[in-house]
Design a protein around this ligand. Structure first.
Ligand code: DAT
Ligand code: MG
Length: 134
């Protein structure tokens, strides 16, 4: 299995709720390596590029408002199969159905305010890391 890099973001709700340390601790404990990290309030342009695939969705406008509503913690993590490993640890999109033991399963109930983002493929990771870190 390949060494990979993935883009992880603690979303504004996660920062507001004081879950940054919890999220980082889980990935560290798993054995992934933190390569880059920045606390930033996303611009509308960065948010639109990041969520371009959802432009036509009914929830898009609310999603952009939410993700630009305050600081996020943008991170690059690497390690063995890091993309898949991180997605498994984050849990399914709707926290209501995410199993206990996952970040969304343990800390969320809202499909929009679901605490953390993780790239869904190596191609997405490369695209998102370029958007956030240039
Ligand atoms: P994921 O973040 O699990 O990759 P996604 O790419 O399908 O999920 O959607 C991106 C984000 O959009 C998701 O984290 C939260 C929001 N979202 C998805 N489906 C939604 C819905 N039905 N209503 C409101 N927000 C939604
Ligand atoms: Mg996604």
């Amino acid at each position: 299995m390949p060494h990979q890099s993935t883009f992880i973001m603690v979303k504004p709700d996660g920062v507001r709720r004081g879950l940054v340390g919890e999220v980082i601790a889980r990935f560290e404990a798993k054995g992934l390596s933190l390569e880059r990290m920045e606390l930033t309030v996303p611009s509308g342009e960065v948010a639109a590029r990041h969520y371009a695939e959802h432009r036509q969705k009914s929830f898009y406008a609310g999603l952009i408002d939410f993700i630009t509503s305050g600081p996020v913690v943008a991170m690059q993590w690497s390690g063995e199969s890091a993309v898949t490993v991180a997605r498994t640890m984050i849990g399914s999109t709707d926290p209501v159905g995410a199993p206990p033991g996952t970040i969304r399963g343990d800390f969320g109930l809202d499909v929009q305010e679901n605490i953390v983002h993780g790239s869904d493929s190596p191609d997405s990771a490369a695209r998102e890391l370029a958007i956030w870190f240039g």
